[in-house]
Design a protein around this ligand. Sequence first.
Ligand code: ADP
Ligand code: MG
Length: 259
Amino acid sequence: MSELVIEGLHASVVGREILRGVDLRVGSGEVHALMGPNGSGKSTLSHVLAGRPGYEVTAGSVRLDGVELLGLPVWERAQAGLFLALQYPIEVPGVSVYDALGESMEAAGRERRQVRELVGAEARRIGVDEAVLSRPLNVDLSGGERKRNEILQLAVLQPRVAVLDEIDSGLDIDALKAVARRVAELAAESGIGVLAITHYQRLLSVLAADKVHVLAAGRVVETGGPELALELERTGYAAYGGDQEEAAEPAARLPRPLV
Ligand code: ADP
Ligand code: MG
């Protein structure tokens, strides 16, 4: 059994506090959905979990099976068993998916030469084109191809816990189903704990969530079962302060990450 435990997490970006005491626990094989208005801090949470520079943690802890992740470099977090699929997957020129996964597998003590077979099998399963696999990671791929690529990496790497930031954005209906079904299988069969950030019930109709959380103004303000997502679909976030991007004071943007 694995568990990701986030406690009292506060974090700031360019001097403005975005996360204001986030508490969440995700255990093996559980699927948690994290919803919430635009600008409430969902992607900030995923960046803080990943250890992206520019996000300053001011209080709290993030432990994976007892190992404190805050302060560890990105690769050590990955080695501890955390996987992140970013809302906007980044391009890595000069590195193919085989290179990236081969390195990761080797670092995890697995046989690097299995990478082609594993990637090939997974690509057929979720409909990633052979041509996409041989290209540099995410370079010149459509939004949908990038998202499938992320799930392919998730399936090959088999982390303990996966945080998926809007894995459903940019996918057509068929791709959405294929991706959601694969994530559901990975949770059920491989015991991967999933924290799925999403705006839409349509993802959760295939990827059944055990728990649904609402993040508003940097805090988890409500937790419920799948019915909470259905209710939000009807009512929106008016009860939680609505869209928080407009309301927030403008802050200087950090540049997009280079790697
Ligand atoms: P969500 O994913 O819930 O829509 P975000 O976490 O992306 O929200 O953003 C939360 C707030 O933090 C927003 O007001 C946003 O403008 C601000 N923010 C996020 N990342 C940065 C950044 N790199 N530089 C400046 N402000 C940021
Ligand atoms: Mg976001």
